[in-house]
Design a protein around this ligand. Sequence first.
Ligand code: NAI
Length: 468
Amino acid sequence: MNYDVIIIGSGPGGYVCAIKAAQLGLKVAVIEKRPTFGGTCLNIGCIPSKALLHASEVYAHASHGMDSLGVEISKPKLNLEKMMGHKDATVKSNVEGVAYLFKKNKIDSFIGLGKVLGEGKVSVTGDDGKTQELEAKNVVIATGSDVAGIPGVEVAMDEKVIVSSTGAIALEKVPEHLVVVGGGVIGLEMGSVWARLGAKVTVVEYLDAILGGMDRDVAKQFQRILVKQGMEFKLGAKVTGVEKSGKGAKVTHEPVKGGDAETIEADVVLIATGRMPYTEGLGLEDAGVVLDERGRVRTDNHYHTNVPGVYAIGDVIAGPMLAHKAEDEGVAVAEIMAGQAGHVNYGVIPGVVYTQPEVASVGKTEEELKADGIKYKAGKFPFSANGRARAMQASDGFVKFLADAETDRVLGVHIVGFGAGEMIHEAAVLMEFGGSSEDLGRTCHAHPTMSEAVREAALATFAKPLHI
Ligand code: NAI
C-alpha cells in the first residue's frame, strides 16, 4: 500500500501529526502497537493521572477543606474502585475520540509493531505474527518514551509493590506508606494523589531541591506547601537499592554528600526517576537511522533524520518530554512534509505540574538567566494579596515575572498557585508576541480574578504593584 505519510506511534505527537497531515491533503496511515490510540499520555499517563488528581482532590477537599467555608459534611468515604472507574472511563472516551478523529480525517490505521525498513518502506507485524509491508513518501517516528528506571540500580518493577507511573495509577488499595523515588513531575503528581487518599508519602530525591530545572523560588515555596499537606522529603539523597521485603519493599538511600546509608520500609515504592526514548524493535540500526549519545533519534531543525524521508518527533528526539511539545512538533513536521514552513518556538513551551496548587512555568528561570549572564529584572506578587484567592481560600503561592533589564521583554514567568496551569497561557501568548511586562501590566484584567495577580507581578516588574 502506498501513502504520503506513515506515522509510527499514535501518542500526542503521532496522532496530531496524522490529523494535520490529512488536513493538508496527504494520504496518511498510523501504526500503533497498543490496541487503543493515544500513546502513553492518553492510556497510562497524562489523562488517567489527571482523572485521579481531580477525584483525589475532591476527596481531600471534602475531608478537610469545607468546614472553614461553612459547609459541614460528615466524613467522606473513599470508594477507590469507583474512582478507578472514573479514570478508566476518562481514558476510554479520550482514546475513542482519537479513533473518531482518524475516521473523520480518513486516516488508515494498523495495529501492530512498526519497523522502519529504510527509505520509504515500513513493516507492521500484528499480534498474529503476520507481517505486511507498506510504502510511503515519508515516515515519521513518533514512538515516545518509556520508564528509565534508576540509573545504575537494578529494580524489578512488578507494578504492584514496586511500581512505575503505570502501576501508580492502578493500585488496588491505598498504601500505608508510599515511598517515591524521584522528586520530579511524576513523583509529585502521583505522590499527591495517594497522600490525599490517606497514604503517608516520603519522597527521596537526589538533588537538593524538588522539581529540578524549575525556578528555585517556585520549587522552594512549592515544597513548603507540600510539607504542609503532609508529604515528607529526603533531599540530597541518592537511592542505591530498591528490593521487595515481605509484603512491601525496602528503599536504601545514602546522602549525596557522603555518609551512612539508610533504609526505609514501604508498602509501595514508586520509581519516578525519568523516562528514556523508546526505539526498541524499530529497526533503526538496520535502517541506518542515527541516534545521539542519549539514545534519542537525531534530527535536524526540520525533524529530518539522516535517512531521506524519515522524520522523528516527540519524546524520542531531543527536548522536554512533554505531550504538547510533541503535538506542536507533529503539526510542524506535517506542514514541512506538505511543503509548508512548519516551526516550533522552543522558548515558549509551558510546563505544568498538576498538583494542588499547580506549578506552571514558561521561558527562562532566574537560575538560567544568571548562568547565561543576561541582565534581568524580576517582579513578584503573592496570591495572599489577591481578593479572589482569599475568597476561595487559595492564597498559597505567587506569580514571578522575569524581564530583560533594558528592553523589558518578558523572558520567563513562573507561577505556583491555584489554576496556575491555566493562567500561564496569558504569559505564553505575551512571550510568543515578544511582549513586555508593561504590555501585560497595561492590559485590563477582570476583577476579581486570580489572573489579576499575573498583572500585578507584571506591574511589579516595570513599575509598582498596586495592591501590596
Ligand atoms: P523527572 O526527570 O521529572 O524527575 C526525576 C527525578 O528523579 C529527578 O529530580 C532526579 O534528580 C531524581 N533521581 C534520579 N535518580 C535518582 C536516585 N538514584 N535517587 C533519588 N533521586 C533520583 O522524571 P519523572 O518525574 O519520572 O518524569 C518523566 C518525564 O515525564 C519528565 O520529562 C516529565 O516532564 C514528564 N512528565 C510530565 C508531566 C507534566 O508535564 N505534568 C507529568 C508526568 C510526566
